[in-house]
Design a binder for this molecule. Structure first.
Ligand SMILES: Cc1cc2nc3c(=O)[nH]c(=O)nc-3n(C[C@H](O)[C@H](O)[C@H](O)COP(=O)(O)OP(=O)(O)OC[C@H]3O[C@@H](n4cnc5c(N)ncnc54)[C@H](O)[C@@H]3O)c2cc1C
Length: 378
């Protein structure tokens, strides 16, 4: 009797991408093994800012973002909780006239994808948002965007995948990965595993998995810096961003303001917040949101995310190995996308194609011949 356990699909990585793929596949009756070297949703997917935002995305990301956004409406049905998902709208602020022009241009482009973004400025804007500082001269509102609690949503998808029949195994890294011409072979801890399909959803560490099949990409780790304040009287109506980036903020039901901006530090495996970033981002945050001036920051953290040179993820089939699918390199924007990516991956496995355009995310856009650094798994 063989001592190798077989799955139709094995997924490396129990972040939101891997977990949503596991759920989508299990719901289609596919035998799926989801392996996470630590705990599901404990990396980028569980420590992120929680922005559920189509606003500001590139034209190539919008079809996927629109599809993903629809999945968020079904969270209670899919994972049994609402994940504190609130359709608050996303307000993208302008500090310069040129920012306003760019917001208008984005709004025109996004309309073609069915995404509405209403640009406001002048007195009407100031009257509507008296809680914003003078640094904001206008903004664009995408009313269908929102925010959610990543600490609930990401492990929630993994738990739902398990309930739907997926084998979900934590504290088990996949290693010794190979393709024998017929099946994928690998180790999951001390166990030998085989699979017809392999999905590489291993986040900032995905070059280690991709490298086993000779196709690493130029991806570097980034460490977005986050903060949360004590509970304050409710004043931030929307999920807030700024054209050009730098600072973003949302306020949860209990009153705490979650703020993001700039970068912390890291070594590829662990991330730490930065004192210098804290000073710079809080200065900007207080200029935009004067009510934050006397607020206590009660927690700060960071996380590890993989960033690609064009800020687009890698999603789709391998160029070297049949039935190997990649889904990584979300470059700081994968929280909204992940539930849609899971559906796309499940379609690719079960139907062989997807109704969502993903050509822009092909791994082949990066040079195949060069070998890029893989983050060591410590
Ligand atoms: C601080 C921060 C703030 C962010 N804010 C936002 C935001 O507001 N909105 C937004 O859209 N996006 C945001 N992002 C980005 C978003 O969190 C990520 O794009 C998304 O979570 C990526 O999901 P993932 O599943 O690819 O990666 P991860 O959540 O990192 O999951 C990958 C998993 O793979 C596991 N793994 C690696 N190698 C192996 C192996 N060999 N075997 C088994 N398991 C393995 C890792 O342990 C990890 O758990 C933010 C990211 C960070 C870090």
């Amino acid at each position: 009797m063989s001592d190798t356990r077989h799955f139709q699909v094995v997924i490396a990585g129990g972040g939101l991408v891997g977990a949503s793929a596991a759920l989508a596949l299990a719901r289609k009756g596919v035998s799926v093994g989801l392996f996470e070297r630590r705990f599901c949703g404990a990396q980028a997917s569980g420590v992120n800012y929680g922005g559920v935002r189509t606003h500001g995305r590139s034209a190539e990301q919008l079809p996927l973002a629109v599809r993903a956004r629809r999945v968020w409406n079904r969270l209670p049905e899919l994972i049994g909780i609402d994940g504190e998902f609130v359709v608050s709208g996303h307000l993208r602020l302008a500090r310069l006239d040129s920012d306003l022009e760019a917001l208008h241009a984005w709004s025109d482009m996004a309309r073609e994808f069915g995404v509405d973004s209403l640009v406001m400025s002048g007195d009407a804007f100031r009257r509507r948002y008296p809680w914003l500082g003078k640094a904001a001269i206008g903004g664009a509102l995408c009313a269908s965007d929102g925010h959610a609690n990543p600490r609930l949503v990401s492990p929630g998808f993994a738990a739902a995948a398990r309930r739907a029949g997926a084998h979900v195994q934590e504290q088990t890294a996949l290693s010794d990965l190979s393709f024998d011409g017929r099946r994928f072979q690998m180790r999951a801890g001390n166990e030998r595993i085989s699979a017809d399909w392999l999905i590489n959803a291993s986040g900032a560490w995905a070059n280690t998995v991709a490298g086993a099949f000779g196709e690493t990409v130029p991806m570097k780790p980034i460490y977005p810096n986050m903060w949360v304040t004590e509970p304050l009287p409710r004043f931030i109506e929307h999920n807030l961003g700024v054209y050009g980036g730098g600072v973003y903020a949302r306020q949860v039901e209990r009153g705490n303001c979650v703020i993001g901006g700039g970068r912390g530090h890291g070594d590829g495996e662990y991330a730490q917040p930065s004192t210098a970033t804290t000073r710079a981002v809080m200065r900007d945050a207080c200029a935009l949101l004067p009510a934050l001036r006397d607020a206590l920051l009660i927690r700060t953290w960071s996380g590890v995310e993989g960033e690609t040179p064009d800020n687009n993820p890698i999603i789709g089939l391998s160029n070297t190995t049949p039935r190997l699918l990649h889904a990584f390199g979300f470059s700081g924007g994968g929280f909204l996308l992940a539930p849609g990516v899971g559906e796309v991956l499940a379609e690719l496995v079960t139907v062989g194609e997807t109704s969502t355009p993903i050509e822009a995310f092909a791994i082949g856009r990066f040079t195949q011949s060069s070998v890029h650094a893989a983050l060591p798994i410590k």
